[in-house]
Each structure stands twice: as C-alpha cells, then as structure tokens.
Design a binder for this molecule. Structure first.
Ligand code: ME8
Length: 477
C-alpha cells in the first residue's frame, strides 16, 4: 500500500525585517506537524518561503540606501539561517522574486482567471496601506486616520486596476467551509470567516499600475500593470510544486494541500481570496487551514517602538534551539493568542527542560550505566493514548502535554520505587525497575521526536549505548 501524502505550508513572510518570535512560531508549528507525519511514514512535503514583491521591502531598502534586490537577498539569507538554527526541516523555500520557479505559475494562474471571465478593468479610488499591502476602508481606521494594524496612515490611490470577481464565489466558499470540505480550524475562526462571508465578499483590486510599484510579477499581455502582491503571493503554494511549468510531478502528488498554517491576521486572504482563485482556475481547494493566534510580549503586541520584540536568534544563542521549540510548542496554544517574555522563558526552561526532561533522562541513564551490564533492548510500542488524536487535530500543545505528563509520572515512579536504594538489598529487583525506567524513557523520547529532534536523538543514543546522555539542558541562573 502506498503511504498517504501530506503537504503543509507556512505563509511566505515579508523580507522587510528580520523574523521575530511570531514567525518562528508559525514555522516551528509547521515543522513539528511535518516531522510527525514523516515519522508516521507519510510522504510529506513542507513548504516555506519569502513574499518579495512588496513595496515594504522597497521602502526599507531606500531608507537604508541599498538596492532593493541586494536588500532582499541579505534578509532572505537571514531567514534561511534562522531556519537552519531552529532545525526547520522544510523541503523547499520559495522566493516570489524567482522568475523561473514562481513567475510562470503566477502568470498561468492569472490567465486562468481571465479565461473564467473573472478579471475586469476598473478605475478605482481608495485608501491603500502599504504596511498591510491592502486597500482599507474609512470605517476600519483608528482615530487619527491610522490603519488599525499598522500604525500608519494609508494614502489615497486613484488608478486603473484589474479587479478579481471575488463576489461571485461568496456562496460556494461559504458552503464548502460550512460543510468542512474546506476545514477552518479552530471553530472560532470558522465562525469568524462565515460571518464575513454572510456579509458578502466584494471584488478586489488584483493589479497596480506598473510605474507605481517597483517589484512585482507583470500582468500577462499588459505591460502597464503588475500583479497585486497578494495575488502572486497566494499562488506560491502551487507554483512551488511546478504549476505553470513543464514539470508538475510534485503538483500531481501533493495538491491539494492538507494544511495551510497562518496567523489570524491573514485569515481572510487564505479562507476567501485563495479559495476563490482556485475555484476560478478549476483547481481543488486545500483540505484545511489552521489559524493560530498572535504572540504578544508582556501582554502587548511585539513592536519595534515598544522595544519588546523578541528575537529568536538571541534565545537560541542563550538557550539552544530546542528550548525555543519547546516554548513555542508547549507554552503557546495553536488556537489562541500566546505570550512570551524573557522571564517566562527562563522559568519554563528551568522547570520543564533543565529540571524536568534533562534531569529525568540523566538520572535514569546514570543508574542504567552503573547497574546494567548491557543496553536495554527496547520494545517498540505505538504512541501512548491521546497523542495521535492530538496531532490529528493539529493540537501540538496537547501532544506535548502528554509527553510531559509521562515525564512527571516517570519522576514519581522513581520516587516511589527508589531503585538507587533497593539496589543495595535486591540487585536484581532494582535492575528490573531500571530497565523498565529506560523502556519508558524511550517511549517519551519517541514522542519528543517531532518537538525536540536533537534531544530525542541524544536520549535514544544514550539508551542504545547504555550511558548518561550528553548534557541535555543546563540550568540557567
Ligand atoms: O502576512 N504572533 O507576511 P508577514 C504569531 N507575506 N504569528 C505571527 C506574529 C505574531 N505576533 N507576527 C507574524 C504576510 N506572525 C504575507 C503572507 S502568505 C501567501 C503571504 C506570523 O511577514 C503569522 O503566521 O507579515 C502571520 O500570519 C505571518 O507571520 C505574517 O507574516
């Protein structure tokens, strides 16, 4: 029997600044889910990338006096270096400036939309926020005329644009989301998008005059226009698989995606505009969209002006990648907003990694090394109850909790049985207990593989060699 396929994607991030803990969150969440599916034997494909055709990049580069392309390359190199340091196991990193990998597919998609009669030209006057890369309406603005999410005043734009007939797809998309043919997770986000769909979708501007934007994919057959950044950006999920190119083996194998993971800020683009584009182009819809919350720091939105932006690289330098992965997996819910501060990070690091997992593995393997003559021969068991169910619902926090519940139980079992004392009076009895501890530790390590691949590996090696693991997590004072 052929193994099932599993295609998972992160959003493609804007390279106008370094990635922060929010981006690290989405990416790590996807990585953990992808690793779990690989362990199950699914043929898994994990895509991430950079959304480069944006004025945000141009603005930033100009401020720094650097050429935009040079600036893009340097920021994207930093993205990739963070991925490597965080042990992100993506199969491809797509860049939408890539004229070979991405542009032909983006243009092929445009042509399909034209064929379906869903693209029309119109003069448009509206308020555009570059921070949001989106038109905003007067009623959305905060007092002072600022875009609610981007602390900047949108500017009035009057221009000739191509529009996409999004309104036409309102009812079809609504039915598909209602029936879970396109699953929106969690239920609260499903309700949110359904409410929006009930109001009805309006058509969206899908291109900008070429002379007004520096970067962008040219509209086929009309050099005076470039595609609106979201139009080409959403297409990345299929261009990466070869859509619009001669080799579409990956597309055949992996589309439709099993899961797009996005933050709640971009729900509307993924659950309304993207499905409409796919319907218009005659392509199947993704099976599910997981919409996570926002990570704040000390209860406030991370922002440069508040000075509370947490840089994942700093945390990796101090605590190691696995500690960052741990925090994101277990201390943040995939369905709600989460918070992180340097203080909470240190606290949970000490409690659950240094004194928790690290200490448990060291205690057990120290006893094993001392009292067992050879490595315990490990029996393979299925994952403990609840673990697979948690992953099936993409609730990685619950799956991690199950592993830490077992860590707690194993700690308690050592206290109860005291093998280090018993060994003086009943050596064989103590050995049997220690062998059982090692076996149970191996089950925990197996559960930790998607979350902490390096530490799980160290524990498994220690078990195979019957010796204390290399220092896993040192206590931070
Ligand atoms: O929106 N907490 O890119 P972007 C949690 N290029 N997640 C956060 C976060 C936070 N505080 N801040 C950002 C774009 N994220 C578009 C996407 S996709 C075709 C195009 C994560 O760089 C979260 O996943 O602004 C959010 O949706 C995404 O980064 C936005 O990244």
């Amino acid at each position: 029997m052929q193994h099932p396929t599993f295609y998972i994607t992160t959003p493609i991030y804007y390279p106008n600044a370094k990635l922060h803990m929010g981006h690290a969150y989405t990416t790590t969440l996807c990585d953990i889910i992808a690793r779990y599916h690989r362990i199950k034997g699914d043929r898994t494909y994990f895509l991430s990338g950079a959304d480069e055709n944006t004025e945000k990049v141009v603005r930033e580069a100009v401020q720094r006096g650097i050429d935009p392309i040079e600036y893009l390359d340097s920021v994207v190199a930093e993205f990739e270096s963070l991925y490597e340091r965080l042990h992100i196991s993506h199969d491809q990193f797509i860049r939408t400036s890539d004229q070979v990998a991405h542009w032909p597919g983006a243009q092929a998609m445009w042509e399909q939309l034209v064929k379906s009669g869903d693209i029309y030209k119109q003069t448009y006057r509206g308020l555009y926020c570059v921070g949001a890369e989106s038109f905003v309406t007067e009623k959305d603005l905060r007092p002072g005329g600022l875009c609610p999410d981007h602390d900047e005043a949108p500017h009035v734009v009057e221009e000739e644009n191509y529009f996409f007939r999004l309104s036409k797809y309102t009812d079809v998309i609504r039915a598909k989301i209602e029936s879970d043919e396109l699953q929106i997770i969690p239920a609260s986000r499903k309700a949110e998008i359904l409410a929006l769909l009930r109001e009805g979708l309006t058509d969206v501007s899908f291109s900008r005059p070429a002379e007004k934007v520096t970067l962008g994919v040219p509209v086929p057959n009309d050099p005076s226009q470039k595609m609106y950044v979201w139009c080409d950006a959403l297409t990345n999920y299929i261009t990466a698989l070869g859509y619009g190119r001669s080799d579409s083996a990956l597309l055949q194998q992996f589309w439709p995606a099993n899961l797009h993971v996005v933050g709640k800020d971009i729900l509307r683009f993924h659950a309304a505009i993207w499905p409409a584009m796919l319907l218009s182009a005659g392509l199947p819809l993704p099976r599910a969209i997981l919409v996570h919350g926002m990570i704040t720091s000390g209860g406030r939105k991370m922002s440069k002006s508040l000075g509370n932006v947490i840089d994942p690289v700093e945390l990796i330098d101090e605590y190691g990648a696995e500690a960052v992965r741990y925090y994101l997996a277990r201390e943040v819910s995939p369905f709600e907003d989460g918070d992180i501060t340097h203080e909470t990070f240190k606290e949970v690091y000490n409690a659950n990694l240094a004194n928790g997992l690290g200490n448990l593995a060291a205690r057990i393997m120290t006893m094993a090394e001392k009292y067992l003559e050879e490595p315990v021969s490990i029996k393979k068991f299925p994952f403990p109850n609840g673990y697979e169910e948690a992953f099936a619902q993409y609730n990685i926090q619950r799956a991690a909790d199950i592993a830490w519940e077992d860590i707690g139980k194993l700690d308690a079992y050592i206290q109860e049985t005291q093998p280090f004392k018993i060994v003086k009076i009943d050596r064989e009895g103590a050995r049997a207990i220690i062998a059982e501890l090692v076996q149970r530790l191996s089950i925990i390590a197996h559960m930790l593989e998607p979350f902490l691949p390096e530490s799980a590996g160290k524990i498994q090696t220690a078990i195979a060699e019957n010796k204390k693991p290399e220092n896993l997590f040192a206590r931070k004072e």
